[in-house]
Design a protein around this ligand. Structure first.
Ligand SMILES: Cc1cc2nc3c(=O)[nH]c(=O)nc-3n(C[C@H](O)[C@H](O)[C@H](O)COP(=O)(O)OP(=O)(O)OC[C@H]3O[C@@H](n4cnc5c(N)ncnc54)[C@H](O)[C@@H]3O)c2cc1C
Length: 307
């Protein structure tokens, strides 16, 4: 859908560049999904603040895209504006006292590469997680090495009225793969404590964990990582495998033969294929084990006409 002329006029008046009917598919890890009505790359804090305020005033939804590594965007796409944080909002600032302030748009994989070179430690637990700092805070991303909540001290969050709130980690409601950020809040930056490991130990932990992932997870095909949260005391992958769905395919969406909690796009899958596979898995697991699997991936966009 076209952006409302009033919003487009406001964006121009504030010199915020935007693209209409912007394709998102190549930005997503699953390589599926339709376009956004409007797309903005916010390169600095003031742009993000203005964009939040203007969208709120115009009643247009604003959705923040991280690295789209945990998103199933509908084939019909996202109504309203999608924003991505880049440049100054994806920076690294070592702070006096040893903490690190990381921009919300910073990709964790590039950060960890740089951390290895600079000797910064403390975020080993997100090794191999292909998200951004903001997406990782939102999801409380983690691995068997820990969760991002462990070193997180506070986050700078831009609220829908354009104000910026600095929220301590303890007030972000971080728990297993979830958070309670204020509604519509966008993490512009987050501050982390340095770790206790030596740089050498940190590099060893990261390398070992990456090798473990390469052995146990599909790494060469489009996926969104774990599709479902693990239910308490069990593993979603084990439950799915026990239903016999490993390798099962709908359209071009397949339950990975390597790890049943990973759904892969074999090439040309649609968001609807993936959604139908998600729902089929939920049905089969509920029937076989009496457990309701909850998606970890987020289904976003307009599903009304996209299925
Ligand atoms: C191959 C692969 C392996 C993975 N392995 C893991 C793993 O081991 N552990 C794990 O936890 N996850 C894993 N994931 C899932 C994913 O990488 C994480 O959930 C990650 O934190 C999502 O970050 P993102 O930037 O891609 O967010 P997106 O997928 O773009 O968005 C996810 C949610 O975060 C919100 N969001 C994004 N940026 C911001 C921001 N700045 N402020 C507020 N909200 C924001 C979005 O609006 C959306 O609601 C994996 C994914 C893939 C593809």
């Amino acid at each position: 859908m076209p952006l409302s002329p009033a919003l487009a006029a406001q964006l121009r008046a504030h010199r915020i560049p935007f693209v209409e009917d912007a394709a998102l598919v190549k930005k997503t890890w699953w390589r599926v999904g339709g376009p956004a009505d409007g797309y903005v790359e916010a390169t600095e804090l003031q742009t993000l603040i203005t964009l939040q305020r203007v969208c709120t005033e115009q009643g247009v939804p604003l959705f923040v895209l991280g690295n789209a590594s945990n998103l199933l965007i509908s084939d019909a796409g996202i109504r309203g504006v999608v924003v991505r944080l880049t440049d100054q909002l994806a920076d690294v600032h070592p702070e006096p006292g040893g903490s690190l302030r990381l921009g919300g748009g910073l990709k964790l994989i590039s950060f960890l590469r740089r951390a290895g070179r600079e000797g910064w430690t403390g975020l080993e637990m997100v090794a191999g997680v292909p998200g951004t700092v903001g997406g990782a805070v939102r999801m409380n991303a983690g691995t068997r090495l820990g969760e991002i909540s462990d070193p997180l001290l506070e986050a700078g969050v831009v609220l829908p009225d354009g104000s910026v709130s600095v929220i301590g980690a303890e007030d972000l409601g971080l728990s297993y793969r979830s958070s309670r950020l204020p509604d519509g809040g966008i993490v512009a930056w987050a501050r982390f404590s340095r770790g206790e490991h030596s740089p050498e130990e940190s590099r060893r932990l990261v390398d070992e964990h990456l090798a473990y992932r390469a052995r146990t997870q599909p790494t060469d095909v489009p996926t969104c990582g774990s599709t479902f949260r693990n239910p308490p005391g069990d593993h979603a992958g084990r439950l799915i495998e026990a239903t016999g769905l490993k390798g099962f395919t709908i359209g071009a969406a397949r339950v990975s033969p390597k790890h049943a909690n990973f759904l892969v796009n074999l090439g040309g899958a649609t968001a609807s294929d993936l959604r139908r596979l998600i729902e089929l898995i939920q049905e089969r697991v509920a029937k076989a084990h009496g457990i309701d699997l909850e998606p970890e991936v987020q289904l976003v966009g307009d599903w009304g006409s996209g299925r």
